[in-house]
Ligand binder design. Structure first.
Ligand SMILES: N[C@@H](CCC(=O)N[C@@H](CS)C(=O)NCC(=O)O)C(=O)O
Length: 216
């Protein structure tokens, strides 16, 4: 059996897919694609994924990219039960809602803060983008008002995905004092399989951003 995950540890969505794979216990082998060296643009990788992004999964020739699609696939294909991605229609819909929130809100707001610093020569975070990210974190804070995990009483692939994003935010040195529920959930997340591996990648991501800042 050959299940390969093309991965770059600094990439937030890539870490989200890897955390899902670890939680599922999928038999994956990890191959690093170093985005800082432009390895995603090499011919061999472009043949696999013309969109040249990580994470990308190769499950015995079945190629899939988009981190959350990978997480859903791995949970359905290799999960011992449906705890990580429930079969129950409404429970699954809630997990999907959280996954889309991560993809289309939280990560988008994070990138609006960091991309100008990582790729456009800015040396400070934009104030409006920072406020936008805080507003979006506050939505997550509310999701966690009455539940231990982001979509219920046990962790799911919504937690692994969102945790990858929030760990990147934390690695920037973000002020989380307004978000006690998220802080409590982050403590729970230390029990996720692959937690330490994720932390290493998040820390490297945070350092890559912070070294471009004029202060902090
Ligand atoms: N929505 C995608 C985002 C993937 C993505 O943007 N990956 C970035 C790294 S964070 C990448 O591979 N960039 C290299 C490139 O596009 O050439 C997902 O969740 O997988």
């Amino acid at each position: 059996m050959r299940v390969k995950l093309y991965h770059f540890p600094l990439s937030t969505p890539s870490r989200g897919a890897l955390l899902a794979a670890r939680a599922v216990g999928a038999p994956i082998e990890v191959e690093i694609i170093d985005l800082f060296k432009g390895e995603q643009l090499k011919e061999n990788f472009l043949k696999i994924n013309p969109q040249h992004c990580v994470p990308t999964l190769d499950d015995n020739g079945f190629i899939l990219w988009e981190s959350r699609a990978i997480a859903c696939y791995l949970a359905d294909r290799y999960g011992e039960n449906d705890h990580l991605y429930p079969k129950d229609l409404k429970k699954r819909a809630l997990v999907n809602q959280r996954l889309y929130f991560d993809s289309s809100s939280l990560l988008v707001k994070l990138r609006a803060v960091t991309h100008p610093v990582l790729f456009q020569g800015k040396t400070t975070f934009d104030h409006a983008s920072k406020a936008d990210l805080d507003t979006t974190l506050d939505f997550l804070e509310k999701f966690l008002n009455n539940s231990t995990w982001v979509a219920g009483d046990n962790y799911t692939i919504a937690d692994t995905s969102i945790y990858a994003t929030v760990s990147s935010i934390i690695a920037l040195g973000w002020d989380m004092s307004m978000f006690p529920n998220i802080k409590r959930w982050l403590t729970e997340c230390t029990s996720l399989p692959g937690h330490a591996e994720n932390e290493d990648g998040a820390k490297a991501y945070g350092e890559a951003v912070r070294k471009n800042l004029s202060h902090q």
